[in-house]
Design a protein around this ligand. Structure first.
Ligand code: NAD
Length: 419
């Protein structure tokens, strides 16, 4: 297994990016105090009876960063390296992300420090239900709405929805998004993040005049976000020449057959050994001579020590926080165009919002309707961020943060402080 690169503290990155954008906005100190830090942090112990009969204790978190613009919203991550600081960072980014795409949600995130790959379905179900029970007092359709993130999926959401509903005594589909369709999930939610990444790449290619057809792409992380983005880029005529997951990296200069690679990943759980490909190292993937690099794994994968090796002209952050601020500065000097995470991967939360709206209305939309609405939201948001980038001559990340933080500060100022 490849080592997960999470050197550095994602929360420090989130705070540094906040300060840079707040300074550019000229935000006053009082407003900064009101919006910068999480509103509520819940740490829970999750004891689970494992299949061999012993009880294992997991540490878990739910962080609500902001409810200024609406219910807190954000995924739940299962990963051995989940820490409170990581969850705080991810929750903070959710706040700005929801504001960038202008949906009426605040930001939250949850996580359990566990190794889901070494757990049975039964163990995962018991852990998920106990965690749900522990955070139940602070979640709900009007309060805080979880969703999938790394190593959680529609099945996980179904268990959360069921546990919450059994406690309430009636079905509450709106408590989570990313649910299976038969439980009130939305068409298009599963592929929403990758689809949103694709729309923003289309916009970036247009902006810097790279024809998408024939463009070369490297994708780091081949899960929900990375594989769908790769599929759509492949369908649009781009050549996806390198792909990695936690087990290895594969490369073919003439383009990998993405539908078959997805098929293999689903069947075997890895990309390594894909026919008509050669193995490369994670460092070679990041340094790939290509037009578009899509980091779609975890935080801090491009840092001060390896950013200079990146040769892609567009970096599309499907993952949250893959570039550190030092990497940002290096890539900026190299003239790379970064589509920042809070814009690039906002398709997931946007369709989560559509799912929540449909659940609340008990009225469901057609897939094409969802794609059209998503495309509109993503492309409008891209234009909004690009305008700040060009007008204010700031990097795209700062521009996106300025848009998101600006909208949250406007809301907090008009709400005022209670009491
Ligand atoms: P996932 O669990 O579906 O996939 C994660 C993928 O990353 C897997 O293929 C795994 O093998 C790979 N990976 C893990 N460590 C790696 C490493 N060191 N090198 C290369 N690959 C590695 O997760 P996902 O939902 O696709 O999430 C990926 C990223 O996208 C995360 O940063 C997540 O926060 C972000 N994101 C996801 C969504 C969503 O709706 N799923 C929305 C917004 C942002």
């Amino acid at each position: 297994m490849l080592t997960t690169v999470t050197a550095g503290n994602a929360y420090d990155v989130a705070l540094e990016n906040f300060d840079t954008a707040a300074n550019a906005l000229g935000l006053d100190q009082d407003t900064r105090e009101m919006i910068k830090y999480p509103e509520r942090i819940l740490m829970v112990t999750v004891p689970v009876r494992m299949d061999d009969g012993h009880i294992h204790r997991f540490e878990a978190y739910r962080v609500q960063h902001s409810s200024v613009r609406g219910p807190a919203k954000g995924g739940i991550r299962y990963h051995p390296q989940v820490t409170l600081d990581e969850v705080k960072a991810l929750a903070t980014w959710m706040t700005w992300k929801c504001a960038v795409v202008n949906i009426p949600f605040g930001g939250a995130k949850g996580g359990i420090t566990c190794d889901p790959k070494r757990m049975s379905q039964g163990e995962l179900e018991r852990m998920t239900r106990r965690y749900t029970s522990a955070i139940l007092p602070i979640i709900g359709p009007e309060q805080d709405i979880p969703a999938p993130d790394v190593y959680t999926n529609p099945q996980t959401m179904a268990w959360i929805m069921d546990t919450y509903s059994m406690t309430k005594g009636y079905a509450v589909p709106g408590v989570v998004t990313g649910k299976p369709i038969c439980l009130g999930g939305s068409l298009g939610r599963n592929e929403a993040t990758g689809r949103g990444v694709f729309y923003t790449i289309e916009c970036a290619c247009e902006h810097i005049h790279i024809p998408l057809k024939g463009a070369t792409v490297a994708v780091q992380g081949f899960g929900n976000a990375g594989s769908i983005a790769a599929q759509l880029l492949h369908d649009a005529g781009a050549k996806v020449i390198a792909v990695s997951d936690s087990t290895g990296c594969v490369y073919n200069r003439n383009g990998l057959n993405i539908p078959e690679l997805i098929h293999m990943k689903v069947l075997c759980g890895h990309v390594e050994g894909f026919p008509e490909s050669e193995p490369i190292s994670p460092a070679e993937l990041l340094a790939m001579d290509c037009d578009i690099l899509v980091p779609a794994a975890l935080e801090n994968t491009v840092r001060e020590d390896n950013a200079a090796s990146v040769r892609a002209r567009i970096i599309a952050e499907a993952a949250n926080g893959p570039l550190t601020p030092a990497a940002d500065r290096i890539l900026e000097r190299k003239g790379a165009f970064v589509i920042p995470d809070i814009l690039c991967n906002a398709g997931g939360v946007t369709v989560s919002y559509f799912e929540w709206v449909q659940d609340e209305q008990h009225l469901f939309w057609e897939a094409q309707d969802i794609y059209n609405r998503l495309e509109r939201v993503m492309k409008t948001s891209f234009r909004d961020v690009l305008k700040i980038h060009l007008d204010r001559n700031v990097p795209m990340r700062i521009a996106a943060n300025m848009l998101g933080i600006g909208r949250v500060s406007e809301a907090v100022k008009i709400r005022g402080i209670y009491p």
